[in-house]
Design a protein around this ligand. Structure first.
Ligand code: ADP
Ligand code: MG
Length: 319
């Protein structure tokens, strides 16, 4: 490793996030040492953001730093885990100090907010690409998974759906999305507190990154069940509810992706406690359907008839 790379790591990545007392050894050695508390399990997730695929080539560096962590926080939220330690593997085409400073600020602000410490990483020269690995903690046996949804369980989603897809669609058509809608692409918010609050309430959980239909599909497959969603119940922001064509609106909300909300199932008996959690967190949580024994995902129009969604949604390997 050249001196300049050493200096780069030292200057920009050394003290990012919270200073945690369960970090025995952080950045600077061949590996990080962290202490998992007794009676807890370690949950690990990793996500890569590629320039031009997961963010625009001209995206603000601070937004990239934020998003690289946020997408991982969202995965831990879906597991009901409390975030703790991150590593960062970054490939940079050049050493641009103001870019690195801004990237580090975006990462740092979100890491500090969630008490995450950056404990290591790797820095290489190459096309711009950012990989964050995040580890979190759950009490033994308390993690939420995609399996566990039971016929009769209610299906819920946090926040609103479709803003990121709407923003992308607007940008592609040359329109200018509002700041709020743009924020959903550039600075997504992960539902970490909701995931932790749902540990004892939800029967299964997933975060919505590829679109509600696909991600709920993962829960149903893992749980060996099916479901019906009520299209009129899908929660949308003010920007989404004014999309005039209801089929277009449903498609954005079901297949858009990049929502980073939690979709979870729970026994109907827990509805009261889920409402209380929503109030406590000041977070919209909407009941959108029901788990059924019959396999597959059915979409019910307001008049009760079923709707066939036209194909779409974001899939990386689609031709
Ligand atoms: P090694 O050659 O042993 O893999 P490196 O020279 O790559 O170690 O890294 C030196 C130290 O700096 C290690 O502790 C590593 O975890 C840390 N590090 C390297 N790149 C980053 C980064 N982008 N963010 C955080 N820590 C980093
Ligand atoms: Mg080494």
């Amino acid at each position: 490793m050249s001196l300049s790379e050493f200096e780069l790591i030292h200057r920009f990545f050394r003290d990012l996030g919270a200073a945690r007392d369960d970090v025995v050894l952080g950045i600077g050695d061949d590996g990080a040492i962290t202490r998992v508390p007794p009676d807890h399990e370690l949950v690990t997730t990793v996500d890569t953001l590629v320039s031009g695929v997961h963010f625009d080539e001209n995206a603000a560096a601070s937004d990239i730093g934020h998003k690289a962590l946020a997408v991982n926080l969202s995965d831990l939220a879906a597991m009901g885990a409390e975030p703790a330690w991150a590593t960062l593997a970054i490939s940079l085409p050049e050493v641009d100090e103001s870019w690195l400073q801004s990237f580090a600020e975006g990462f740092n602000a979100l890491a500090a907010k969630h008490r995450v410490q950056l404990v290591g990483g790797d820095t290489v020269r190459g096309p711009l690409q950012v990989t964050v690995q995040l580890q979190g903690l759950v009490p033994n046996g308390a993690a939420l998974t995609r399996a566990g949804a039971q016929p009769g369980d209610a299906i819920f989603v946090t926040g609103t759906l479709g803003d990121a897809a709407l923003a992308l669609q607007m940008i592609e058509s040359g329109a200018t999305p509002s700041e709020t809608v743009l924020g959903q692409i550039n600075r997504p918010v992960a539902r970490v507190a909701a995931g932790i609050g749902l540990r004892d309430l939800a029967s299964a959980c997933v975060d919505v990154s590829d679109g509600l239909a696909v991600d709920l599909g993962h829960v149903l497959a893992a749980s060996n069940a099916g479901a019906t969603l009520q299209l009129k119940a899908l929660p949308g922001s003010v920007a989404i509810v004014v999309v005039g064509d209801e089929q277009e609106r449903w498609r954005l909300q079901l297949a858009g992706g990049d929502d980073y909300e939690l979709c979870f199932t729970a026994p109907a008996d827990n509805v009261g406690q889920i409402d209380a959690l929503a109030r406590e967190l000041d977070l919209r949580i909407t009941r959108i359907g029901e788990v059924e024994k019959k396999k597959g995902l059915r979409l019910a129009r307001p008049d009760g008839t079923l709707w066939d969604m036209p194909p779409g949604g974001f899939e990386h390997f689609r031709a």
